[in-house]
Design a protein around this ligand. Sequence first.
Ligand code: V0V
Ligand code: CO
Length: 146
Amino acid sequence: MLTRIDHIGIACTDLDAAVEFYRSTYGFEVTHTEVNEEQGVREAMLRINGTDDGGASYLQLLEPIRDDSPVAKFLSRNGEGVHHIAFGTSDVAAEAEEIGQRGVRVLDARPRKGSMGSTITFLHPKDCGGVLTELVQAAEAPAEHA
Ligand code: V0V
Ligand code: CO
């Protein structure tokens, strides 16, 4: 089951400037920053609210660290803006398998490492109405089929 919006991923060219925009305009504070080498991003998570399934909802600001990364490619095509949406679940592998059986291409053969110790997988935007979609199992969420 998908139980929340985990985050909205926003591509930006200057992470520090984006963080300052969200702080000074809306009062959102950074809860976490990290570099994800595999995904080629430097990112900041801005917590919006907590939920009762062990997760929360965030804005995820993404700056590319490599020219060949998905976010760098997106920025060169589209400029800054919404890059993906992410739904939260307590079992990302089971969700991905179920959604894959409905004919949506799952981009990762097995779930990968996401922000804050989460486990993530992506669905192809062309099978999701033009929206790059991510599934997230928060680090603290117990797996249903462990
Ligand atoms: C590409 N397309 C998009 C898109 N990126 N459409 C909507 N939203 C996006 N973000 C479109 C693109 O315009 C093409 O449309 C079509 O998809 C296929 O493009 P392509 O050139 O064949 O493929 P690429 O090389 O642009 O790759 C697209 C995909 C790639 C989605 C396959 O970006 C990917 O694997 N993304 C998953 C990983 C990722 O995005 N990581 C960064 C976030 P036309 O021109 O054919 O109509 S990391 C993250 O969120 C983390 C760490 C976390 O949450 O914890
Ligand atoms: Co994300």
